[in-house]
Design a protein around this ligand. Structure first.
Ligand SMILES: NC(=O)c1ccc[n+]([C@@H]2O[C@H](COP(=O)([O-])OP(=O)(O)OC[C@H]3O[C@@H](n4cnc5c(N)ncnc54)[C@H](O)[C@@H]3O)[C@@H](O)[C@H]2O)c1
Length: 521
């Protein structure tokens, strides 16, 4: 296999590329509403209990999905337990993953158009999501082969005369993947691909807001030679995920989503049912409250566009998005003024319009949540800036800048997951680090500074999983920036990094005395 390289993103500044995307969207809109089945083995059951709509035009139905019943969950786990996928060597499994990457490449415009409609991902982000999905497949395919060929990596086991020691990684068992909607193809596919690459059968419970994107994930793998028993699709809401978490047949739970749900999963997975012969492992990637520190010597010409991008691209709905800016008092007022100016002119509009800066949020509940926190910001501090024009149809939330909030304000302490950025005044970089350290979250963080000593100091004190220096804090790339949070933001594993696959396998060490006293043939 060629060495891994990231899939190149589309050049949206080119008119012919934009025309292709418009064509893809037109073709997508001409198709009937997508029917998403519960898909277990070769059995499919459709139904319209779950309706997926366009956040920018809530009357537009994108897909209708069946909701998995308890019997479907049981069927899926029963079939997964009997799958022979684990018996294939890593290279054969990798072949399926690489073929699925090619399947996606050949349909990348179509899948991006689906993301634009189902999750209001702007074109740039939708395309990047498809590329990231391709990257996960290619990266984990190679990683699983490496685990089989060099199980101990660089730390070869010590061998003594008369003794042979061998380490092997075996699949842990059934993986339940429970995914969010905000990277609707890349995140479910990344977790599914890791489970499959390492030889486990997988059952996918995708986010209720994006079942059609999850259907594309399963089709990509199934239509690339994956045996039907190795991957089931169970659309539905929280209770379907909860049923998987509680089932003793599940060995590993790969979850990405909000903190409260993640904590509930960790708690429930720790219980062992009667007859259960293993401990469940939870791989949890959860929410954050991401802080960016801006030092007195930072160049605001760089800082302002990077912060606007970090906080408002995809309407602040990336887990890595900037939520708090800790600005040195020497530049605080100037920074607030310039950020406010930049936010006022943000172009808020439909995700399908390549000219927009900020799309709608995912659903009505999210729109109301952002408005509620903006209300708190207004009463506890002040609104320093707001986007001037916001469409009145669709689930649009107004990009907002808050300032002068008390340190214990919920606007500063809780994940809002929308286009609301708060700026705080700090006396020093040490004080900024103290505030970051006081947070229970540890997902991403940022620093703008021209002093190498400050960079070293902040790096040393940052508890976050991904710290970005002098750049925007979103857009981690597979293999370049392994991604994941610490503290209450996650279990500390890094998607798209060298250690990730180890979550899905268990080690077996065989030690053989090779001094034979007579050989039985
Ligand atoms: N750390 C990361 O890498 C990362 C990446 C993306 C999103 N996120 C986080 O995800 C959140 C947004 O996604 P969301 O709104 O889809 O999150 P969510 O927690 O509401 O839902 C995530 C998934 O969990 C399921 N679920 C809900 N209740 C459940 C239960 N009791 N048991 C089992 N499953 C249950 C949902 O149906 C969905 O499939 C944000 O908090 C964001 O920060 C984190």
């Amino acid at each position: 296999m060629k060495p891994f390289a990231n899939e190149p993103i589309l050049e949206l500044r080119r008119a012919p590329v934009r025309a292709q995307l418009a064509g893809a969207l037109e073709a997508f809109d001409a198709e009937p509403v997508i029917q998403i089945p519960v898909w277990v083995g070769d059995d499919t059951r459709t139904g319209g209990a779950l309706v997926s709509t366009d956040p920018g035009e809530p009357d537009r139905v994108v897909a209708e999905a069946a909701i998995a019943s308890d019997a479907d969950v049981d069927h899926a786990l029963d079939l997964a337990a009997r799958s022979d996928w684990a018996r294939r060597p890593a290279a054969a499994r990798a072949e399926v993953l690489v073929a699925a990457a090619q399947w996606l490449r050949e349909r990348r415009l179509e899948i991006a158009a689906l993301e634009v409609r189902e999750t209001a991902k702007p074109w740039r982000e939708a395309d990047a999501d498809v590329c990231e999905a391709i990257d996960f497949l290619e990266y984990y395919a190679r990683g699983a082969i490496a685990l089989e060929e060099r199980p101990a990596g660089d730390a070869e086991l010590i061998q003594l005369p008369g003794e042979r020691n061998e380490l092997r990684w075996r699949p842990r068992g059934i993986v339940a993947v429970i995914s969010p909607w905000n990277f609707p193809v890349a995140i479910p596919l990344g977790m599914v691909a890791a489970g499959l690459a390492t030889g486990n059968a997988v059952v996918l419970k995708p986010a209720e807001q994006a079942p059609a994107c999850a259907f594309a994930v399963v089709r990509a793998l199934r239509e690339s030679g994956l045996p039907p028993s190795a991957l089931a699709l169970l659309p539905g809401e929280g209770p379907v995920g909860a049923a998987l978490v509680g089932d003793p047949r599940v060995h590993t739970i790969a979850f990405t989503g909000s903190g409260p749900v993640g904590l509930e999963i960790v708690r429930r997975a720790a219980e062992t049912a009667p007859g259960q012969r293993h401990l469940k492992r939870v791989v949890a990637e959860m929410g954050g409250k991401n802080c960016v520190i801006v030092d007195s010597d930072a160049d605001l010409d760089d800082v302002v566009p990077a912060l606007v991008k970090s906080a408002f691209n995809y309407a602040g709905q990336k887990c890595s998005a900037a939520a708090r800016v800790l600005a040195h008092e020497a530049i605080h007022d100037g920074l607030v003024e310039r950020l406010a100016g930049a936010i006022e002119v943000l172009h808020v509009g439909q995700a399908s319009d390549p000219e927009i800066d900020v799309p709608p949020v995912i659903e009505r509940e999210a729109q109301e949540r952002v408005a509620r926190y903006a209300g708190i910001a207004e009463s506890q501090g002040r609104i320093a800036g707001r986007a001037a024009e916001v469409p009145d149809r669709g689930w649009f939330a107004t990009p907002t800048l808050a300032a002068d909030l008390p340190a214990d304000s919920p606007v500063l302490q809780e994940e809002i997951f929308g286009p609301l950025l708060a700026v705080e005044r700090v006396r020093s970089i040490e004080a900024a680090c103290d505030r970051v350290d006081a947070s229970p979250f540890g997902l991403t963080g940022g620093l703008f500074s021209r002093s190498p000593q400050t960079v070293v100091y902040v790096t040393e004190r940052s508890p976050v999983g991904n710290l970005y220096v002098n750049r925007e804090i979103t857009g981690a790339m597979v293999g370049r920036q392994p991604f994941g949070g610490n503290r209450l933001s996650g279990t500390g594993t890094k998607a798209g990094g060298p250690g990730y696959l180890l979550q899905f396998v268990e080690p077996r060490v065989v030690t053989e005395n090779t001094v034979r006293h007579g050989l039985v043939v």
